[in-house]
Structures are given as structure tokens and as C-alpha cells.
Ligand binder design. Sequence first.
Ligand code: CP
Length: 332
Amino acid sequence: MSQRAPNSMLTDSPAEPPAWRHRNLLDVDILSREELMIVLDNADAMREVLARPVKRVPTLRGTTIATLFYEPSTRTRASFEVAGKVLGADVVNLSPSGSSIEKGESLLDTVRTLRAIGVDILVMRHWQSGAPYLVAKHIDTPLINAGDGWHAHPTQALLDLYTLRSRLGDLQRKKIVIVGDITHSRVARSDVWALTTMGAQVVLCGPPTLLPIDMRQGCNKAGGLPPVTVELDFDRAIEGADAVMALRLQKERQEAGLLPSLREYSRLYQVTEGRLRRAKPGAIVMHPGPMNKGVEISQSVARSPSSVIDEQVHNGVAVRMAVLYLLAQRPE
Ligand code: CP
């Protein structure tokens, strides 16, 4: 059977359900290479929909999606909303402010209420690592983790993977450098799983205080973590890279004593035009956003032809359409 969403899904005809066996998307660590390919191939079909003059298909007509965000978001929340609406779904957005969460309603009571209202797919962001796993234990509504604490951000990893594949082709042995605050980054954790499953060589780079101890000691699959290389010196790490991903540096890290100063951090770890010349010719620069321009990435690099940051955001809509479509094909 074809792994790609058939053209019939883009019309009024019912679609062939693809080979997808997961009710939820909590992280990408459990996805095989084949399953990652299913998402990417479906995202290709969704990009075709997004390129049409009228961006609207009836694929998820009659489906209600709720986004429940306990943390701020621009890209993830807006792109899930757009993705759902392009597929013809109804989308309800909830956040603590203005909902009964403000009156003290618990997370589980909130999601049970949404299920009782008739929500078919729940997209949830929570500041607490593991919160979506707790919810998934208690409700059978398909659940997408839109970011939990420092733990995981699976749809960001999928859109990063999609962007990398569309720019670099097969990722086997491609060198991808992720630089910045790795310890507190759910994006880095999910990216590491997705990229290594696709055969990329991942290099994590940052000051020792912002690198998790288990990763500094060397990761391997036997230890439950994917194989990555750790390099503290960014000038060495970026040598021959096919892609460089800068992560947002939160200013609280300096206040918490994890950095001597922002100026020192930028001097050693900022993605600059000078450093980019050490990468492979044509190397791309990525950032999950939001950016602190002038801290982890220079203004000129962020807006240079090497930057695919806007493309990542655009691809995020297609990838989230693909994920919504796949989860709507509920397993028996
Ligand atoms: N990359 C990302 O998750 O951005 P938002 O916080 O704006 O959703």
C-alpha cells in the first residue's frame, strides 16, 4: 500500500487510511524510519494543498480539534489552527486565561470536559514535562504533544526533519549541529531522536553548563539515548556541517548562574557569518523560534539566504496537517 496520502484525500472522496498505528503523538522516539517517512510523505501532499489558490479540503470535515496551551506559543498554536482549518476541521482554542483553569480546574478535568464536549483530537502544550503522558493514560482522545516542559516537541522535530530533507535530500551521514541551551531544550531532545533515526550525524554544542550530563558522557542506544557527538568548541563543531540549528538562549540561564554573561555566550556560541564559512558551502541555518537575534544568532545570518527559518514555519503547517490527518485515522 502507498504510504502517501492518496490524491483522493484532497477531494470529496474518502481517503485510503495509511499504514499508521499510533493513536497519539507524544514524542518521536517511538517512530521508526518508515513511520517518519509516512509523516514526511504526507506532508508533501499537504504542501500541494497549501500551494492551491483556495487552501481548503474537506478531509477532516466533521472533526473537532482543541488546542489546549498552558504555555505561550505563536508558531505551534497558530499552525495547528491553520492546519486544522485547511483540512476542514472545527478548531477550538483554550488557554488558562479566560477558561475554568483560572478557577482551579485540574488538567484531567479539563481534558475530560473537552472530550465530553465532543473534541476528537487534542493538541496540548504544558510547562510540566510528562503532562501529555498522564493525560494519555486517562483519556482515549487522540493526543498531540505540542511541547512539554524540557522533554519533547515532536511536531517541531518533524517539521525540522521535513525542512532538512527538502533542502539536503537523504540525511544519511549528513552533519547537523545543534548549538545552544541543549539542557532546557525540548526541541533538541526530539530532534536528536528524529535525526539519528534518519541516519544523520548529530553534533550537540554548547557550554558545559547547558549540556545534559548524560549527553556529555556520551550517548548510545544501549543506554536508551540515541548516538550523538558532543563538542564544546563551536568553531570545531561547525566544521563541515550541512546544517546548523541555533537554539534560543533564555536570559534566566544567566541569572541562574549557568552563564558568565550573555556577551561571553554570544562570543563563543553565536551563529555568525564568519563561523558559517567553516560549514559546508551551501549549509543551511535553522532556528525553531522565537529568536534572540544578536544572542544565539546574528541579525545578518537570520536574514541571509542560508537561513531557512521562515521555511521551517511554513513547513510546520504542512507537517501538522499530516499529523492531524494520520491521527484522525484512529486504530481499531
Ligand atoms: N518553536 C516553537 O515551539 O515556537 P512557539 O513557542 O511560538 O510555538
